[in-house]
Design a protein around this ligand. Structure first.
Ligand SMILES: Nc1ncnc2c1ncn2[C@@H]1O[C@H](COP(=O)(O)OP(=O)(O)OP(=O)(O)O)[C@@H](O)[C@H]1O
Ligand SMILES: [Mg+2]
Length: 229
């Protein structure tokens, strides 16, 4: 693979498997010999620790990096409450600092061949009165990977997300269908329907798994498609 393989992992909603898929992408990219780092730039729902605020997603992504990285680079904007980020920021009396995010991202890019950046919620999540996730991704110059959490309603959410990503002038590098439920029996029809309507490649279909296993998730993902854009 040649060139950078950074990507921004967004989803059809919150809780659709962005962290699991990011973990799988990080594992798959590391397995090709690349130096890989992960990032959750804005994380709401951080607990206090002696070393400062900590968020579960950010800690998972940090633990999967193939290079040592400080927590503050992985998660430059930690917000305490597990709510919409612009509201969490307002309640914490802070403004989400885009410059800090950009600076942390550039530092990770300087050290790693691929940076996998997990978004917060879905594509149009506001980060402030004026800026949204879409603005952040465009400013970082990242292609998006859309995780579609397979459940009732996901076709609508997937098609809306694809349209919105295009309207944001961000490249969709690919999409991932994620079986986040044990008993969703319309998965194959859903994946077929979306495959015919989403021009970007299907990077993989992740099965329902009892436990998060980055290696197992990676086997379901064709990470080389990230370089095909
Ligand atoms: N392939 C899967 N198999 C089984 N369970 C899954 C799978 N993918 C996701 N889940 C379940 O869905 C939950 C949400 O997944 P995950 O935390 O990756 O979502 P997310 O999109 O990152 O959420 P957030 O918006 O909070 O960051 C997980 O706790 C897990 O229980
Ligand atoms: Mg997550």
């Amino acid at each position: 693979m040649t060139g950078r393989l950074d990507c921004f992992v967004t989803g059809t909603d919150t809780g659709v498997g962005k962290t699991w898929v990011s973990a799988g992408l990080m594992h798959g990219l590391s397995a090709t010999g690349l130096r890989v780092a992960g990032m959750k730039p804005v994380a709401s729902g951080c607990r206090k620790s002696r070393r400062g605020p900590r968020n579960d997603d950010a800690e998972i992504l940090r633990s999967l990096a193939s290079i040592p990285v400080d927590y503050a680079l992985v998660n430059p904007v930690p917000l305490p409450e597990p709510i919409a980020p612009h509201i969490a920021a307002a309640r914490a009396g802070v403004v989400i600092d885009m410059d800090a995010i950009r600076a942390a991202f550039r530092q990770l890019q300087a050290r790693a061949d691929a940076v996998v950046v997990e978004g917060i919620g879905g594509w149009r999540v506001p980060l402030s009165e004026a800026r949204s996730t879409a603005d952040l991704v465009r400013e970082l110059g990242l292609p998006a990977v859309l995780v579609v959490g397979l459940r009732l309603g996901c076709i609508n959410h997937a098609l809306l997300s694809v349209e919105s990503i295009a309207a944001s002038a961000v490249t969709l590098a690919g999409w991932v269908a994620n079986h986040l439920l044990p008993d969703y029996s319309e998965g194959a029809e859903t994946v077929n329907y979306l495959s015919e309507r989403i021009a970007a490649p299907l990077i993989g279909v992740v099965p329902y798994l009892e436990q998060r296993d980055p290696e197992r998730i990676a086997t379901a993902l064709s990470v080389e498609l990230l370089s095909a854009r």
